[in-house]
Design a protein around this ligand. Sequence first.
Ligand code: ADP
Length: 185
Amino acid sequence: MSGFVLWFTGLSGAGKTTIANIVEPELERRGFVVDHLDGDIVRTHLSKGLGFSKEDRDTNIARIGWVASRLSRAGAAVIVSAISPYEEMRRHARSLVEQHSPFVEVYVATSLEECARRDPKGLYAAAFAGEIQDFTGVSAPYEEPLHAELRLETIGRTPPESAITVIDRLEELNLLPVRVESEVE
Ligand code: ADP
């Protein structure tokens, strides 16, 4: 089976991890070896010690892009959920991956207002109070993707509904195996 990279980008709290966690078992069910590189987890291992300056963010995304390209080349379906706020670094990750495998960028386009309203980790409250520096959308930029393969609006749609939209898009892009009905009853 051919690997690919499914790259979720968007603001903190947009829903990247939540939606990716639903897509992940669905891809496994369809026979893929799946790895999920989640930004928060990567920062406790591969990128431990990196902060949130532009330079550190760029290093973090370059590392994730490199690992994703290796795994997809080996045949895995790789899910990345990381804010990845800079277009240049998303393009860099894409170019590493596309040497071997398709790259599918999903922009989880939840607005700053909605992310701040959800505030699942209390980070927006702290960022608006000035307690966190370089916080994406508040005191650090988020560059909206211009060429994403899919733009997901999450307001008014449940996470499972968003996950179905992602799977549908992968099907459209011919990245999922055709399901052949068994001839043996
Ligand atoms: P991210 O990975 O983008 O930082 P998370 O998935 O960690 O975001 O957090 C998103 C939060 O928003 C979760 O707590 C999720 O339950 C909540 N949420 C509320 N409504 C939605 C929705 N319609 N789609 C996705 N997430 C939602």
